[in-house]
Design a protein around this ligand. Structure first.
Ligand code: NAP
Length: 314
């Protein structure tokens, strides 16, 4: 199969190449040999990645700390199940699926991927593979940050950083649907897109004073650094700063600061798929490229708003 691999951590994205790799061995998967318990093989139709994956330790080492290069980046996918192992439950061969793959295993910038079945959910027939790959990571991150870690309820106020971005646009839409009052942030040019995703107010971080927001019940931070630190001071008593930008550098005076890494969850993927189907959730896809052009897409020369999706099969 064709796959994108990285072999040299020091080389970074310059070391990314498109190569021929053996496909995941479906016969071996079904034979109970090896450590494939619970895996399925997915024929990848669309794949997504995060721009800073090559900085993650999990791209280079497995859970036991062993070198796992050459490794295949990209951990978001939509595709079709082609083989099941012993222990793979709830899916069948031929089924359309989407989800996230394990950070410490080969990913989805490839024609096939071996994935634990529990990390996948059915993708309805009327949801395009590109959309499925585009909302898996961003939708789950938004869902977990708002509802699990942020315990959001109707009537609460939420400050959503990067509200026109890949994650922020999902956070904005889900928070609005849940009945929250949503204040988005970003650059001046992001005002209209953020309002279009449902933000009721917008703070242009380049020209407005963040502190003018006053107090909010929940901050969803994707930046960290100075903006993350200053945002902690905006959280009302009993509120929460949720961040996906690494350990928070400041905490609310009388509230929680929670840093998390998204995990795949079949039930939550189902909630996301339902909302995409009925129009409550709009994918924010900025660019679609082929696997042949994936290295270039991973190294964009200009900023692209929204998610880049690699369409592995037409
Ligand atoms: N922990 C986790 O589980 C997890 C999960 C998903 C994502 N993440 C992380 O979350 C971050 C955001 O991901 P994403 O995919 O949503 O990125 P993204 O699509 O680039 O969104 C970020 C948005 O914020 C804007 N922005 C960036 N810096 C800004 C600044 N200084 N002032 C105003 N606006 C600014 C960006 O605009 P420009 O494009 O113009 O800069 C963009 O609109 C990434 O660092 C990613 O690694 C973590």
């Amino acid at each position: 199969m064709k796959a994108i691999v990285v072999t040299d951590q020091a080389a970074g994205t310059a070391g990314m190449t498109l190569v021929e790799r053996p496909e995941p061995d479906a016969a071996r998967l079904a034979s109970l040999e090896g450590a494939n318990y619970g895996d399925v093989v997915v024929e990848v139709h669309a794949s997504g990645f995060t721009g800073n994956e090559l900085e993650w330790p999990s791209t280079w080492t497995d859970r036991l700390g062993r070198d796992r290069t050459p490794s295949i980046p990209g951990h978001e996918l939509a595709g079709v199940v082609t083989a099941l192992s012993y222990g793979a439950t709830g899916l069948s061969v031929g089924q359309r699926v989407f989800g996230l793959t394990d950070w410490t295993r080969d990913g989805t910038l490839a024609e096939y991927a071996a994935v634990e079945a529990r990390n996948l959910a059915p993708l309805p027939g009327d949801v395009d593979f590109t959309v499925g790959a585009g909302v898996a990571m961003t939708g789950l991150t938004a869902w977990q940050g708002l509802f699990e870690h942020g315990r959001l309820r109707a009537g609460r106020s939420v400050l959503v950083h990067g509200a026109a971005g890949a994650v922020g646009s999902m956070v904005t839409q889900l928070a609005r649907e849940a009945g929250a009052y949503v204040i988005g942030t970003g650059r001046a040019a992001h005002r209209q897109p953020a309002l279009g995703f449902g933000a009721q107010e917008f703070v242009d971080l380049e020209n407005d004073a963040l502190e003018d927001v006053g107090g909010v019940d929940l901050v969803f931070d994707v930046f960290g650094g100075d903006i993350g630190r200053r945002s902690a001071g905006l959280v009302r008593a009993g509120g929460t700063l949720v961040t996906v930008a690494g350990p928070p550098e400041a905490r609310p005076a009388d509230g929680l600061a929670i840093d998390f890494v998204v995990v795949s969850d079949r039930a939550q993927l189902g909630e996301i798929a339902r909302r995409v189907r009925d129009g409550r959730l709009r994918a924010n896809i900025g660019q679609v490229a082929t696997l042949d052009d994936a290295v270039e897409a991973f190294n964009p020369t200009e900023r692209i708003q929204g998610k880049t999706v690699i369409r592995v099969r037409p």
